[in-house]
Ligand binder design. Sequence first.
Ligand code: C2E
Ligand code: MG
Ligand code: MG
Ligand code: MG
Length: 274
Amino acid sequence: AKSAGGDQWLNYTFEMDRKAQHNRALDQDLKQSIERNEFTLAWQPQAALEPSGETVVVGFEALLRWRHPEQGLISPDVFIPVAESSGDIVAIGEWVLNAACQEAMRWARPLRVGVNVSPTQVQRGDIVASVRSALLASRLPPHRLELEVTEGMVIRDVGRAKAALTSLRELGVAITLDDFGTGYSSLTTLRAFPFDRMKLDRGFVATMTEDEVSAAIVGGTLDLARRLGLPVTAEGVETEEQREQLRLQGCSEIQGWLIGRPMPIEHWSDLTGG
Ligand code: C2E
Ligand code: MG
Ligand code: MG
Ligand code: MG
């Protein structure tokens, strides 16, 4: 038994070590990824949900993709955490902001553009300067830009996060609380910051038609948002049934595979007007 336990421990540390090594290698590669032009954006539509059930695309979220020279396409769920801990997310985030604003300026229609912002960009970088410079360089009207932040940004320094978000809103950009309901301080975060919108996490949407608890959380969140005067975008809407249930409960906007998957922008030229 003793030796089995020992083996298990060895396997465990071996696994930890392998993962740490892999992350260090990724981290090295990430440092060159901007110059090597390995990043690209995928665009996913966001649609207003009319009381009639009709949907009208009102904007797009920019989702980062990394084409690794040997490993192929790597998901942001894998490399964003690595870039967060090394601090490289600040430079990568600036690349995303500039690329997204420039792309949106090429569209004939003045649609909204959503950009994800990491906690580290708020806590360690100068997010206000980065956003201001991306707006100036692209000449995108600030009201078209919507920054998606998560509750994680308040963990280190609430005061700093609050000052940054207030300055960003003074620039005229909108601030959205992403993945609502997944953090441990959703309600406290809602009370502490002046958000313009919230996104209901797709975990609740995925289970709302089968699970009563999820259905109650979705309904309760939509009621809460209504009382706060906050519009809600439901994430991860995949089925007509989910869309219908969200409509009945007064959700004003949806995003998900039902409307469209994240795609290269050329795919959406009919909607953007080129
Ligand atoms: P997020 O901002 O919550 O983005 C939503 C994620 O859900 C995206 O995954 C999207 O592809 C996926 N999704 C959308 N609709 C559906 C659906 O109907 N069904 C299912 N199963 N999934 C759906 P993705 O693109 O892999 O991004 C994952 C996360 O990585 C994002 O979550 C965001 O937190 C982060 N991320 C992506 N791009 C950036 C970026 O430029 N900067 C930062 N800091 N984070 C980013
Ligand atoms: Mg997002
Ligand atoms: Mg989200
Ligand atoms: Mg998410």
